[in-house]
Design a protein around this ligand. Structure first.
Ligand code: PMT
Length: 474
């Protein structure tokens, strides 16, 4: 990775924060303006590439591409989500949850209990979801629909957020006395319950036994967060962050085809210090490796993520090991290799490090400063010697002869697949949310992927891993 090295000052290491920075504008105006932007963009491409033929097919961006250019992809497209909102102060957060679900392409139908309507208006949820909001069992509707049955049957998932002590108690006791509890009784879809309440209520043994009972029956729960509560008490009882609820929904709705696999993934750059203040590094943001960890988790794999210093949130449920230098990454990989069935090396590891790092800050002199470099451990070569039946996937980043050099690396290091990165194309390589790669196998086949969100690239790599794994079983 020495081709892309940059020298930097040591700055505070931003090991993964749980949340990305909040976005501006969580309101209907923003959604309308995003929608308008999308429609204008779609019209633009229709006008310019609207004819038939090759140019149109290659040039017109897909819906998910347009969404990803504006920061998101339609992961929940075609999914029907029934969102139940019950009467607690955290009900206002359901507005953001609705917005995030809709942003990802989901159809969201909201059911509010009567108490929930005291905390947030149905009009807010109707505007954000773009669908009628249901608040009452017995409201006449023009379409002859029996709402609790049609909502229950159409749902791919029912999410209750926030779920109060009272609602959880009702569901656990089989009480169905309003539209939400009746819909929950009638659905065969997975139900995700996100409790939010005062910490003493959250600790109450009656609630605990209700959660245990419902969990045993297959209902899914998210743990409440801790911190200062609306009642000023400190403790557990906060509604999980809406982004984490969305992630949980996406995980639940993803087929668990990697269940049973234990996947070790490396990500991010390494830093090689030449004094306590400065180091050699590269431009890797970790996005490709973290996308692999995220998608592998969603698909049911047990994931260990070994990462150099980056500022990305650790995918929920992944085991995380933070490292800094190539030699720390090597030690972490060797420590965790034993149980792994798949190893994916997406990290941009420095090939060279200063031979004799100084103990104190190097003073600026009058002339030039020469630093002698030595090789870092070649982690993938070492892994290759211990490979056994494990599936080994490497990455290659080249500025010339990409395929030829990638093939040579794959052969020399005994990989089952190599993912060759296009450098220099817009939207590809370091830092971007998107990538353009070629997946090469030892038989010489080259699968060329177009510009895609890194999460979609990750999915395609994992599909290939699964194929190799299935072929090995046969
Ligand atoms: O992190 P992002 O900003 O999202 O960018 C993603 C990425 C471009 C960093 C990623 O997609 C990528 O290409 N990672 C590998 C880059 C690289 O180091 O390529 P390489 O050709 O120098 O190394 C080949 C393989 O050997 C890699 O799998 C690397 O992890 C591994 N290696 C390299 C050196 C070393 N000392 N030990 C290793 O194991």
């Amino acid at each position: 990775m020495h081709e892309a090295c940059v020298i930097m000052q040591h700055v505070p290491v931003y090991f993964p924060e749980r949340y990305l920075p909040p976005e501006q504008g969580h309101n209907a105006t923003t959604i309308l303006s995003q929608l308008t932007l999308y429609i204008i963009t779609a019209m633009f491409f229709n006008v310019f590439y609207g004819g038939s033929g090759v140019i149109r097919d290659q040039a017109r961006p897909s819906f998910s591409y347009i969404i990803c250019v504006y920061g998101d992809i339609a992961m929940l497209k075609n999914k029907n989500i029934v969102l139940g909102i019950t009467g607690g102060i955290a009900a206002y957060k359901a507005a953001e949850l609705t917005r995030e679900l809709v942003k990802r392409g989901a159809t969201v139908k909201v059911i509010m209990t009567q108490n929930a309507t005291r905390f947030i208006t149905p009009l807010t949820l109707q505007t954000l979801s773009g669908n009628p909001v249901y608040t009452d069992m017995f409201t006449l509707s023009g379409d002859w629909d029996i709402h609790h049955i049609s909502l229950a049957q159409s749902a791919d998932i029912v999410v209750v957020a926030p779920a109060t002590y009272n609602t959880i108690g009702k569901i656990a006791s089989g009480i169905a006395d309003d539209l939400l509890s009746t819909t929950m009784a009638a659905t065969k879809a997975p139900v995700l319950i996100c409790p939010a309440m005062n910490s003493n209520m959250y600790d109450n043994p009656i609630l605990r036994s209700n959660i245990d009972k419902l969990s045993a029956l297959g209902y899914l729960f998210m743990d409440a967060g801790s911190g200062e509560l609306a009642c000023k008490a400190e403790g557990a009882g906060r509604l999980p962050n809406p982004i984490d609820i969305v992630e949980e929904v996406e995980t639940i709705l993803t087929q668990k085809d990697l269940k049973g696999h234990r996947i070790l993934i490396t990500a991010g750059p390494t830093r090689e210090s030449f004094d306590p203040v400065r180091y050699i590094s590269n431009h890797s943001s970790g996005k490709m490796g973290y996308a692999l960890a995220l998608m592998a988790r969603r698909r049911g794999a047990d994931v260990t993520l070994i990462s150099g210093p980056v500022s990305l949130p650790v995918p929920v449920g992944a085991r995380f090991v933070g490292v800094s230098s190539a030699s720390e990454m090597r030690d972490a990989v060797m420590e965790h290799i034993e149980g792994a069935t798949v190893i994916i090396k997406a990290a941009a590891v420095a090939d060279y490090r200063p031979s004799t790092p100084a103990d104190s800050k190097l003073k600026k002199g009058a002339g030039r400063l020469d630093i002698s470099l030595e090789k870092t451990p070649d982690i993938i070569s070492e892994v290759s010697k211990k490979k056994g039946n494990r599936i080994l996937v490497g990455f290659a980043m080249e500025t010339e002869d990409l395929i030829k050099n990638a093939r040579a690396k794959m052969k020399a290091k005994g990989m089952d697949l190599i993912v060759a990165n296009e450098l220099g194309l817009p939207g590809s390589g370091f830092q971007h949310d998107t990538n353009i790669v070629k997946i090469i196998d030892p038989s010489g086949n080259v699968e060329e992927l177009p510009l895609m969100d890194k999460r979609d690239v990750a999915d395609r790599i994992l599909d290939r891993v699964l194929e190799i794994s299935d072929a090995g079983k046969g």
